[in-house]
Design a protein around this ligand. Structure first.
Ligand code: NAP
Ligand code: FE
Length: 368
């Protein structure tokens, strides 16, 4: 038995935002949640604002979302939304603003206080429904526009942690390849590797199903046709839509399956060493693929064929070319990080048994 649930209505194509006001305007007063540069640089903020102006919808712009948003800062965003009286959210940016918007939607509708504590967001024990949201991704990686997850920095546990609820699926999402055309090259690479990681982790996941596998193979085919281009430079305009679509397909896959230890082991790399999310996954993905291959070699054959690659070694060579990383790690810190990473939920989604020793060995093979 399996289920497939992905309730986000996607509108894709050039000028999707301007051409579909009904999908953008989900209420009478908007808060636009974005980062310092992503909204402006992509052109998405201008497009959204022009539609709101045209329809006389009042809005405020909350552009304080930092990379890897923290739980505290999203609570501030929630307070700003409440104060302004926003009844819907427009999230514009990469995974950081999109994930922040999901938490802001919860905090806007539920004031942290006596009955509802800041950290209760992780257990889903809030009373009021989060505000409705629309997403305009400006990176092609996380697929957050179609997932029920929000990954937040949790300083008190010195890591990142996700919360998940069907109530934080975006109601609508807009895919316009033009918005990723100005991505800095290394961000384009990191985010494409995040998408690759979602597709492979989802395809080899214990929770995978015929529907998620079908979508994963299509995502791998689209990404495999294009990803090598990033070795030489940014994606040309005509391929931006494909990168964005592959990332959204990756999101549709992990919305069903969840991720694996590639993600949970990657979080400390981001928290402690400031390594961007997609790069952190890419540094660990090669060793994950080798271990998954021992359990399900037929799946390796299928995903390599979809990617148009001959071997795991070929995927690893591509990852190496895309992810220059000179960060130095010590055995002590890697061992320490597994104390947290071994507790993550997605340990159970791996196609192989995961112990702390396995995680320590995997870190050492990939990072020392
Ligand atoms: P990001 O942190 O959202 O953005 C990285 C950088 O790129 C930021 O400086 C951002 O600027 C800039 N940027 C974004 N779009 C741009 C554009 N079009 N032009 C120029 N610069 C642009 O990176 P991300 O990889 O997309 O998201 C990573 C986050 O998503 C992590 O927190 C990760 O854990 C999470 N994630 C979530 C899911 C999920 O299912 N929800 C899945 C995987 C990862 P600004 O400073 O303006 O933002
Ligand atoms: Fe990811």
């Amino acid at each position: 038995m399996f289920t497939y649930h992905m309730p986000t209505k996607i509108t894709a194509g050039e000028n999707a935002v301007k051409n579909s006001p009904a999908e953008l305007i989900l209420g009478s007063k908007a808060i636009i949640v974005t980062g310092k540069t992503s909204g402006k640089r992509s052109g998405a903020l201008n497009d959204a604002v022009s539609v709101l102006d045209e329809h006389s919808i009042p809005y405020m712009i909350y552009d304080k979302v930092e990379n890897n948003p923290s739980i505290e800062s999203t609570a501030e965003g929630g307070a700003a939304a409440r104060e302004f009286g926003a009844d819907f959210i427009i999230a514009i940016g990469g995974g950081s603003p999109l994930d922040a918007a999901k938490a802001i939607a919860v905090y806007a509708a539920n004031t942290p206080g006596d009955d509802f504590k800041l950290y209760d967001i992780f257990t889903g024990s809030y009373k009021n429904k989060p505000l409705p949201m629309t997403a305009i991704p400006t990176t092609a990686g996380t697929g957050s526009e179609v997932t029920p997850y929000s990954i937040l920095t949790l300083h008190r546990e010195q890591t990142k942690k996700s919360f998940s609820s069907p109530e934080v699926f975006f109601k609508t999402a807009f895919l316009d390849g033009r918005y990723i055309a100005e991505l800095p090259l290394q961000t384009a690479r990191n985010t494409a590797v995040d998408a690759l990681s979602h597709l492979i982790e989802g395809f080899t996941n214990k929770n995978s199903s015929p529907s998620s596998d079908y979508i994963a193979l299509e995502g791998l085919r689209v990404l495999g046709n294009n990803i090598s281009i990033l070795k030489d430079g940014r994606p040309p305009a005509e391929l931006c839509t494909d990168f964005l679509w592959a990332a959204t397909l990756g999101g549709m896959v992990i919305a069903q399956t969840g991720t694996t230890i590639v993600h949970s082991m990657g979080y400390p790399l981001t928290y402690h060493k400031n390594i961007p999310h997609g790069m952190a996954n890419g540094l660990l993905l090669g060793e994950y693929m080798r271990r998954a291959d021992l359990e399900m070699p037929w799946k390796t054959d299928l995903y390599l064929e979809a990617l148009g690659m001959d071997s795991i070694d070929e995927v690893c060579a591509l990852l190496k070319a895309l992810l220059p990383c000179d960060t130095v790690f010590t055995e002590e810190e890697l061992t320490e990080w597994t104390k947290t990473s071994i507790k993550a939920k997605n340990v159970r989604s791996c196609p192989f048994d995961v112990t702390r020793e396995l995680e320590i060995n995997m870190y050492k093979k990939c990072l020392l």
